[in-house]
Design a protein around this ligand. Structure first.
Ligand code: YEM
Ligand code: CA
Ligand code: ZN
Length: 466
C-alpha cells in the first residue's frame, strides 16, 4: 500500500525493496548560475530535478543537506594552485577590459566558449565540489548507504585546465576523500562522453578503477579507446567501453551488467561512485544514444543491489526536461520507491508537456552498434578484467583521521552563512603516502530568462506558450 504521501510514490517490490539510507546534497542557489546565452549547460536543470523530487515527496525518505562550499585548500587537493587562484579571482567584470595577461590566462586554462567566465563561477564550482566531498564524508562515516549530488559529476575538468563545461573535478575530489577510508573505489561513468578527467587522475593507481561507457569516434573529447587501460600499477584498472550512435536499453544492459558484475567480483570495491550523466538519454541535445530513463536507471539498480557504499553524481545532460525526469527517477530508485508515472504539479510543470508523465518513449532511431561489435567489446573487456588479481591488497595503515562532521542545528537554507567545515588544509600524514597522486555574486534568479533561453536554444526543449 502507498504511504500517505499523496499517492505519488509506492514502496517498491522485489529485490529493490531492500531499504537503503540515502543522503541528498542540494544547493538552493545552484539553478541561478548561468553559463550564458545559447550555452547547452544549464544548472537550472538541477533545480527542475529537485522540484520533481520534492513534489513526489521523496524528501520524506532521505536526509537533505545543503553542501558546504569546498574551500580553496580542498579543491587544491587535485587542482593546481595557480589554476584555482585564477578560478577564484576571475569575473566577467575583470574581463570586460581584458589585458594581454588575461588573454594568456584564458588560453592557458582553456576558459572561453565551452567553459565561459560567468557570474559566480567559483561559487558554482565550490557548491558542486562541496556536494561531492560532503557525499564522500557521509559515506566515510557510514552515515548513509547512498549519497547523492546531482550538481556533481563534472568529469572533464583537469588538474590545471577547464574542459567540456567543467572547471573543478568534484568527482576526483570526492574519490580522494573516499580513499581516506576505503581501500578500493570503483568509478562508473554512464555519461555519453568519455570520463577523461577522472580516468587521467587515477590512470596510474590500482586503488581506483575507472569504467566509462561512451560514444567513441568523432566525438568530444576524443579519448577513451578500448586499448587505453591504465599505466604502471594502474595497468588494466582503466576500462573503456567505446560505443556508436543509437545505443538502446537492451544493448546497454547487455554490456553494462556482465562488465560490472565481473568488476565487482574481481575488484571487490569498498565504495562505488556512479556518474549518471543524462546526455546518454534519447533525444539529448548533444548526445547520440537512445536510452530511456528506465534503461539509464538500470545501471543504478544493478550497482545498488551490491549494497556497497554508493555515491551518485550528475554530469552531462542537455535536454533539461529529460535530465529532471532522469535524476528524479534515480533518486526514487536510490531510496527504493516506485513513482507514479503521472507527474505531480510543480513550478516547472509546463516543461514536461505534452505528456506530463515521468517516462516518455525513446525516439525511433537506428542503432549503429552491431551485435558483432558489442560481443567483441564485451569479450575484450571481460578478458581485461580477468587479467586482474582478485581484490588487490593495498597496505592499509592505521585508519587515517577523516574530516569531522559537525553537529548541526537546524538552519534556514537561504540565510545560512557560508562556511567551510571539512578541511584543515592538511593531508593526513599517515594517509599521504597511500593516496594516489594525480598525474601530473550569484546572478539573481530569473526564471523568465531561463524560459526564454530554452525556447531560443532548442525547439525540442522549448517551454510551451501559456
Ligand atoms: O567539441 C567541443 C570542443 C569545442 N571545439 C573546439 C571542440 N566541445 C564540446 C564539449 C562537450 C562537453 C560535454 C561541445 N561544445 N559540444 C557542444 C558544444 C557547444 C558549446 C557551446 C558554447 C557556447 C555547443 O554545442 C551546440 N553550443 C555552444 C553554444 C554556446
Ligand atoms: Ca561515459
Ligand atoms: Zn557528457
Amino acid at each position: 500500500m502507498a504511504e500517505s504521501d499523496g499517492g505519488a510514490s509506492l514502496p517498491s517490490v522485489g529485490s529493490d525493496a531492500v531499504k537503503r539510507s540515502v543522503t541528498y546534497f542540494y544547493e538552493p542557489q545552484i539553478g541561478d548560475y548561468y553559463y550564458g546565452q545559447g550555452h547547452p549547460m544549464k544548472p537550472h536543470r538541477i533545480r527542475m530535478a529537485h522540484e520533481l523530487i520534492i513534489n513526489y515527496s521523496l524528501f520524506r525518505r532521505m536526509q537533505i543537506n545543503r553542501p558546504y562550499p569546498a574551500a580553496v585548500e580542498d579543491i587544491c587537493r587535485f587542482h593546481s594552485d595557480d589554476y584555482v587562484d585564477f578560478l577564484a579571482s576571475v569575473s566577467p567584470e575583470i574581463l570586460s577590459e581584458p589585458t594581454h595577461s588575461h588573454y594568456r590566462q584564458l588560453k592557458r586554462y582553456n576558459v572561453g566558449e565551452d567553459c565561459p567566465v560567468f557570474d559566480g563561477l567559483f561559487d558554482f564550482c565550490q557548491a558542486s565540489a562541496g556536494g561531492s566531498i560532503g557525499a564522500a564524508v557521509t559515506l566515510n562515516h557510514s552515515l548513509a548507504d547512498i549519497a547523492i549530488n546531482w550538481a556533481g559529476g563534472l568529469h572533464h575538468a583537469k588538474k590545471a585546465e577547464a574542459s567540456g563545461f567543467c572547471y573543478v573535478n568534484d568527482i576526483v575530489l570526492g574519490i580522494l576523500e573516499l580513499l581516506k577510508v576505503h581501500r578500493r573505489v570503483l568509478y562508473v561513468d554512464i555519461d555519453v562522453h568519455h570520463g577523461d578527467g577522472v580516468e587521467e587522475a587515477f590512470y596510474t593507481t590500482d586503488r581506483v578503477m575507472t569504467v566509462s561507457f561512451h560514444k567513441f569516434g568523432n566525438f568530444f573529447p576524443g579519448t577513451g579507446h578500448i586499448k587505453d587501460t591504465g599505466l604502471g600499477p594502474g595497468k588494466n584498472y582503466a576500462i573503456n567501453v567505446p560505443l556508436d550512435d543509437g545505443m538502446d536499453d537492451v544493448n546497454f544492459r547487455d554490456l553494462f551488467r556482465p562488465i560490472i558484475r565481473k568488476v565487482m567480483e574481481v575488484y571487490q570495491p569498498d565504495a562505488v561512485v556512479l556518474q549518471c550523466g543524462a546526455d546518454s538519454l534519447s533525444g539529448d541535445r548533444l548526445g547520440c544514444f537512445n536510452l530511456s530513463v528506465k534503461g539509464h536507471a538500470d545501471c543504478l539498480r544493478f550497482l545498488r543491489s551490491y549494497n556497497v557504499p554508493l555515491m551518485l553524481l550528475g554530469g552531462g545532460g542537455y535536454t533539461v526536461r529529460s535530465v529532471a525526469r532522469c535524476w528524479c527517477y534515480e533518486t526514487a530508485v536510490a531510496v527504493g520507491v516506485e513513482l507514479s508515472n503521472k507527474l505531480p504539479f510543480n513550478q516547472y510543470y509546463e516543461f514536461f508537456g505534452p505528456e506530463y508523465t515521468l517516462h516518455v518513449s525513446p525516439r525511433s532511431m537506428a542503432n549503429l552498434n552491431t551485435p558483432q561489435d558489442l560481443e567483441l567489446i564485451r569479450n575484450l573487456l571481460l578478458e581485461q578484467i580477468s587479467r586482474l588479481p582478485h581484490a588487490p591488497s593495498i597496505p592499509f595503515q592505521t585508519t587515517p583521521s577523516t574530516i569531522e562532521v559537525p553537529e548541526e542545528e537546524e538552519e534556514d537554507m537561504d540565510t545560512r552563512p557560508k562556511r567551510r567545515i571539512w578541511s584543515s588544509g592538511e593531508v593526513d600524514s599517515d594517509y599521504e603516502d597511500e593516496a594516489p597522486s594525480p598525474p601530473n555574486s550569484h546572478s539573481t534568479s530569473n526564471i523568465s530568462r531561463h524560459l526564454a533561453d530554452e525556447m531560443e536554444d532548442d525547439d525540442s526543449d522549448a517551454t510551451p506558450s501559456p
